[in-house]
Design a protein around this ligand. Structure first.
Ligand SMILES: Cc1ncc(C[n+]2csc(CCOP(=O)(O)OP(=O)(O)O)c2C)c(N)n1
Ligand SMILES: CC(=O)[C@@H](O)[C@H](O)COP(=O)(O)O
Ligand SMILES: [Mg+2]
Length: 612
């Protein structure tokens, strides 16, 4: 890593000679591959953006210029080249380098990301701030073709086209989202990419660059070039039609060409979109061959996702429902692989819809389908559902439409950290009228939840975590309904838990048993809203109720149960084991639970303080 060792600060990239750059690019790629295969992370997208990032750092100055990445899963080279190479080995570990750009991590991470399609709006905001404050730096956003199709990105394009503020949008087009990209925009980009003008544009830029910097008439030449390119490329070009200037497409792996284009862009006075073509996984043969599998890789010491993951178990329930009922459709916003829906897509191609990264659209699309007589099941990660809260409330629940939301990655997700935690949905979903909310605790209760939801005339939300599902959590002789299970030990106190937190409740009871204490009754809740009456009746006469949930304490199950007990005049004290109001940074889920006190030991402590 001879060259990389010389790069201590971003300005050092500019010091390398043109001849040294291919070597630097290779070293950065090796570093990304080595660390990501060991720690897990987003490999293929980061490999595809190495030349692009080297060129950005050679042309712009991140001490002043602002570079905003979209999603941020392609920005590992940026981290390595902006002073974080020495710490890069800690990628995605507890206290280590984050998997995404993060403003608190580095002055060169100009905007925090993780969720997609925010970069154009953020960059436009930066550009307006610069101009109103009379500052002079450049503002660049780097957005992928998958992220571009999201509503927020379109809203920003629409706005940018109507403003004069100079801003540079770099469209990093690799023809992929996580899966192959979908939709009409994909067709449009494909058309632009194969355009006969591609070569022509390259030559215009090349010859211009050769001459322009040797004359003092740079601005006049730029203006002429701008008009020439605009005229030729504006026919049938969505970006030009929306008022942006479009340049491209360019080879995103030709670092020198990118440098030339970015140098020109610096002098361009208005909103500019530069279209570059890259290959996802570039430079690492397995990722080039299978960019879908190498989008995100698991850490080396982790067991590969087994067939017993919650996602697979949920997908099996969905397949069952789709087999039995021809009205069932399955929807996902670009998360087919993550939600284990590959089989669903293959078996029910006409009833399967990957809408792209379009969470809001997906929910209203589902609402429309339900109003039209279908029974849509919309599969989405908890964190991305945050995007579509209004559609859930306004379009689905208010109209009591029979949509099932299958909410994956609900709870602590581990290494992706703050941006991807699924810690909000249960609290806010439980406040929505007409919505049945389920947090199944094992494979059997998951199946029950899907079957109950399918019988409902109104909407349901079924949330389940990342990781492996146990088929059965409860003992064989337990009292169990589709809504809850109750392990009756005739105890004077009870632990009530929801979803994955039921494991913690069970472990606490085992610990107390081992220590010869009074083990609690256990209430495993699968339906968390509305709370099942029959389950609440089991709490009568208890002295202490400890609630456990992998969600925020504020507005959570504990608060709701405490209020219920008070309203019913029950004398039991309620203590909640839940998360404090903090954003939860990277680590393994076990580290995160320990850090936040979501452990069986915490329940034991409460028991010892309250009952002994
Ligand atoms: C709002 C939101 N929805 C979904 C995702 C999950 N996600 C992360 S990257 C990605 C694909 C993005 O495609 P693109 O922007 O083209 O980048 P590429 O991976 O091709 O480099 C998806 C769906 C996300 N991060 N944010
Ligand atoms: C970048 C992004 O948003 C996704 O790729 C996400 O990291 C996937 O998470 P899982 O690994 O839980 O599927
Ligand atoms: Mg892409």
């Amino acid at each position: 890593m001879a060259l990389l060792d010389e790069i201590k600060a971003p300005g050092d990239v500019k010091k390398l000679s043109e001849k040294e750059l291919p070597g630097l690019v290779d070293e950065v790629r090796s570093r990304i591959v080595d660390v990501t295969l060991k720690n897990g992370g987003h490999l293929a997208s980061s490999l595809g953006a190495v030349e692009l990032i080297v060129a950005l750092l050679r042309v712009f100055d991140p001490r002043y210029d602002r570079v905003v990445f979209d999603v941020g899963h392609q920005a590992y080279a940026w981290k390595i080249l902006t002073g974080r190479n020495a710490r890069f080995e800690t990628l995605r570990t507890e206290g280590g380098v984050s998997g995404f750009p993060k403003m608190s991590e580095s002055p060169y991470d100009h905007f925090g990301v993780g969720h997609s399609s925010t970069s154009l709006s953020a960059a436009l905001g930066y550009a307006v701030a610069r101009d109103l404050r009379g500052e002079k730096h450049h503002v660049v956003a780097v957005i992928g073709d998958g992220a571009l199709i999201n509503g927020e990105a379109f809203e920003a394009l629409n706005h940018a086209g109507s403003l004069d503020n100079p801003v540079i949008f770099v469209l990093n087009d690799n023809a992929m989202s996580i899966s192959p990209r979908v939709g009409g925009m994909a067709l449009h980009l494909a058309k632009l990419s194969t355009s006969a003008l591609y070569k022509g544009t390259k030559n215009v830029v090349k010859s211009f660059c050769r001459k322009a910097f040797r004359t003092d008439r740079v601005y006049r030449r730029l203006e002429r070039m701008k008009n020439a390119v605009k005229k030729t490329l504006s026919r049938g070009n969505l970006f030009s039609d929306m008022g942006l200037t479009y340049w491209g497409p360019f080879d995103g792996h030709d670092e020198q060409e990118l440098e030339r284009v970015f140098a020109l862009a610096k002098n361009y006075d208005g909103p500019l979109l530069i279209h570059v073509l890259t290959e996802k996984g570039k430079g690492y043969a397995p990722a080039e061959e299978n960019p879908v599998a190498y989008h995100g890789v698991a850490a080396a010491e982790k067991v590969p996702a087994s067939s017993a993951s919650w996602s697979r178990a949920a997908a099996a329930c969905i397949e069952d429902l789709a087999e039995k009922d021809p009205r069932v459709t399955v929807l996902t916003p670009a998360m087919t692989e993550g939600c284990a829906l590959n089989r669903c897509r293959a078996v029910f191609p006409r009833r399967f819809f990957d809408v792209g990264i379009a969470e809001e659209h997906m929910l209203t699309f589902a609402a429309g389908q339900a109003a039209g007589g279908l029974r849509p099941i919309a599969c989405i990660y908890s964190t991305f559902l945050q995007r579509a809260m209004d559609q859930l409330v306004h379009d689905i629940c208010l109209q009591r439409l029979p949509v099932i939301l299958a909410v994956d990655r609900a709870g602590l997700v581990g290494e992706d950290g703050e941006t991807h935690q699924g810690l909000f949905d249960m609290n806010w979903a439980s406040a929505i009228p007409n919505l049945n909310v389920w947090a199944p605790y094992d494979g059997r209760s998951l199946k029950n939840a899907f079957e109950s939801a399918a019988r409902c005339e109104g909407p349901s939300l079924i949330r389940y975590p990342r990781g492996t599902a146990v088929e059965r959590l409860t003992p064989a002789d337990v009292f169990e309904t589709a809504d809850f299970a109750f392990v009756n030990r005739k105890s004077s106190w009870c632990v009530a838990a929801a979803g994955s937190a039921c494991q913690i409740a069970r472990q606490a009871a085992e610990l107390i048993d081992e220590r010869g204490g009074e083990a609690p009754d256990l209430l495993y809740l699968s339906r968390v809203s509305p709370l099942p009456e029959e389950a609440l009746a089991r709490l009568d006469g208890k002295k202490l109720l400890v609630t456990v949930e992998e969600a925020y304490e504020r507005g959570g199950l504990g608060e709701r149960l405490a209020l219920t007990c008070e309203q019913r005049g029950m004398e039991c004290r309620v203590r909640a084991v839940a998360l404090p109001s903090v954003f939860v940074a990277s680590g393994t889920p076990a580290q995160q639970r320990k850090r936040l006190g979501l452990t069986p030991e915490r329940i034991v402590e409460i028991y010892e303080r309250q009952m002994r």
